[in-house]
Design a protein around this ligand. Structure first.
Ligand SMILES: C=CC1=C(C)c2cc3[nH]c(cc4nc(cc5[nH]c(cc1n2)c(C)c5CCC(=O)O)C(CCC(=O)O)=C4C)c(C)c3C=C
Ligand SMILES: [Fe+2]
Length: 423
């Protein structure tokens, strides 16, 4: 008998399991008068069918604006940061390994097509919903990237190895430990799988995440999703909602030596993580009204940097060398420096309307960082910050998750494939 991972998608077919939320979605569809056969719902496309180039993207620069989906490392990590992002965490509603593999295969095909600005073949059956939702049909690829990661619960949930991958768990994957000032709020905690989608066009990014969610029905559901944005002139560091340049200390996108030291996992890790990374997520509320009433000196002391230029205290220019001794000891930058650790940050601002309890604007930072070893890099720095950072007067951590992001996907492979194969 063939081993399961060697079987084709069809051979691995198993009964589908639908969650309560799936059933609700389906009944809404049925209520809308859409005729779908039982096998039609959740029936999925395989790697070899139904996809075709139905749309010609406008603009001759479209090709230039695409970021390859396949490569040594996943796109969207050290890729120059796009303007818009969606970060979503999914929980699997199936316990079937073959369901998971089938979904990852479909997502691979979707990723490949969407990163090139192409769409699933549409409009060929008047009686079925179009495969692609359509809102990106006339839009260029917009440097769309998709980055996938697996959370601790994917490898073991309440001690159960649902997908037969526990023995392949990465070395440093565990929930970020609770910090004294945390005020974590469901649902923004953990998740079986994360998907970071970034693009220069918000509609392109939303279209992508929406189509991933649509494909997941019957197998996985969204636990939480956060959107974010940044804005800066080309080559400049974007400013966060406190008005400070944020990302100055990051290594440049082509600084391979720095990325090898800081970002890419390797030694001591299972092979599928060689060239992968760990993504740390924190949803951090920023009290804008409090901040806006604080003096310029207080604001600058908070970061140990000048607001307008971004220069570290005691220096002139943004990229001048930081000397923590020239800053207040509780300045955010001083603490980060004293930890002796580095990471690659890819944060986005968010605005979520108004907090109904306080009447204050609900806004903050979707903090995302990539590092090779969160136990050495991220967690100790977070601990130091949670104890002493002056920034804590103006912020509160309300979401938290850690994901293992596999190495890049090779052409012909599907997302996470080495996790499921026996070699
Ligand atoms: C645990 C890691 C970090 C969290 C959480 C974090 C939150 C956070 N940061 C800012 C704004 C700035 N951070 C800056 C620098 C900086 N921050 C971290 C880590 C965390 N930040 C590091 C590693 C660094 C770099 C330090 C260095 O080596 O110099 C800066 C200064 C400019 C820059 O380098 O980007 C700003 C501004 C906010 C608003 C925030 C939570 C809301
Ligand atoms: Fe920071």
């Amino acid at each position: 008998m063939k081993k399961q991972e060697d079987q084709t998608v069809e051979e691995q077919e198993e009964p589908k399991h639908y969650s309560r939320r799936d059933m609700l979605k389906m009944s809404l569809l049925a209520g809308a008068g859409v005729a779908i056969s039982a096998s039609g719902i959740g029936a999925v496309t395989t790697m070899t069918n139904v996809f075709g180039e139905t749309t010609k993207k406008s603009g001759s620069s479209a090709e230039k604006e695409s970021v390859p989906f396949y490569g040594k490392h996943q796109a969207g990590i050290v890729t120059p940061q796009q303007t818009y992002a969606y970060l979503a965490a999914f929980d699997f509603t199936t316990n079937s390994k073959s369901d998971v593999i089938r979904l990852l295969k479909e997502w691979t095909v979707l990723s490949e097509y969407m990163s090139q600005g192409k769409a699933e073949q549409n409009f060929n059956n008047d009686w079925l919903p179009p495969k692609d939702t359509g809102e990106a049909l006339d839009l260029p690829p917009s440097r769309l990237t998709m980055t996938f990661g697996f959370g601790p619960s994917f490898f073991s949930k309440k001690g159960i190895d649902r997908f037969g991958v526990k023995s392949k768990a990465p070395k440093h994957l565990r929930d970020i430990p609770a910090m004294p000032r945390d005020n974590l709020q469901e649902p923004f905690i953990g998740g079986d799988l994360c998907l970071q989608v970034c693009a220069e066009d918000q509609q392109v990014a939303f279209h992508a995440i929406r189509n991933f969610i649509k494909t997941a029905v019957g197998k996985a559901e969204v636990r939480w999703m956060q959107s974010g944005f940044i804005s800066a002139k080309h080559g400049k560091t974007p400013r966060n909602l406190f008005g400070f340049k944020d990302g100055t200390a990051n290594a440049g996108p082509k600084d391979t030596k720095a990325h090898n030291q800081t970002v890419w996992a390797g030694q001591g890790e299972p092979v599928w993580m060689h060239g992968g990374s760990y993504m740390a997520f924190r949803k951090i509320k920023m009290f804008l009204e409090v901040w806006d009433r604080s003096s310029l000196k207080d604001q600058e002391d908070t970061f140990g940097r000048k607001k307008e230029s971004g220069a570290p205290y005691g220096k002139i220019n943004e990229h001048d060398k930081v000397n923590p001794m020239q800053m207040p000891p509780d300045a955010h930058t001083a603490i980060a420096k004293r930890s002796g650790q580095q990471m690659y940050r890819r944060a986005y601002s968010y605005t979520d309307g108004v907090d109904s309890k306080t009447g204050y604007v609900d806004a903050g930072l979707m903090f995302i960082s990539y590092q090779k070893n969160p136990d050495e890099q991220f967690v100790p720095m977070l601990k130091m910050m949670s104890k002493a950072d002056k920034l804590n007067e103006y912020t509160q951590h309300i979401g938290s998750a850690l994901f293992a992001v596999p190495r890049g996907i090779k052409k012909g492979e599907y997302i996470g494939q080495p996790l499921f194969s026996s070699f």
